[in-house]
Design a protein around this ligand. Structure first.
Ligand SMILES: [Zn+2]
Length: 102
């Protein structure tokens, strides 16, 4: 899988797994320019809210009549939503006060 582009230096240095696991508390360090980058947390949260909503619908359906297919569907929803999040949520550069950035 192709690496994601660093938002600071535009070089493809961010491995997909590292982008997926990144957050503002756990940013990825770009190997080219050293910038700390992470997948936008606001947009990640939106995806996760939608993801849990869809899984909740499956759980409610399972209360009516449980089937292993529902478990498969729930897992597919989580996998698909996390994959979409990986590709659609942009990487942003971490800025902290005192970084010298006005
Ligand atoms: Zn960079």
């Amino acid at each position: 899988m192709r690496n994601f582009t660093c938002p600071a230096c535009e070089k493809p240095t961010i491995a997909p797994a590292r982008k997926w696991a990144s957050s503002s508390l756990n940013p990825v360090h770009c190997s080219e320019c050293g910038a700390q980058v992470y997948a936008s947390s606001r947009q990640s949260s939106l995806w996760r809210i939608l993801e849990s909503f869809l899984v909740t619908l499956v759980v409610i359906r399972a209360l009516i009549g449980f089937s292993w297919w529902l478990v498969v569907i729930a897992v597919l929803i989580v996998v698909a939503m996390e994959a979409l999040r990986l590709f659609l949520v942009p990487l942003v550069r971490l800025r902290r006060e005192g970084d010298g950035v006005a």
